[in-house]
Design a protein. Sequence first.
Length: 94
Amino acid sequence: MGRKGETLAAKYLKKRGYKILKRNFKTPFGETDILAKKGDTFCLVEVKARTTDAFGLPSEAIDKRKRERYRKMALYLCDLLGEEVPVRFDVASV
């Protein structure tokens, strides 16, 4: 289910003008499902796929700990690029 959700999210982003730079972008702080870019902004995209809402919406699975990990991944990306760049954290609910 996860891989299919990532593929659907990547197609959705491409149709909206995002360039998919990497899928399953690994950092020392964790992995983001999709690293994309639109204009000057880099997007770290967490894909949450569900077949039912019985256990809540996919986006509700993003807790404070995961948001903190993504903050660290954004700082790591800036360090990797050698400059501060606009970075956004998105959740793709499928």
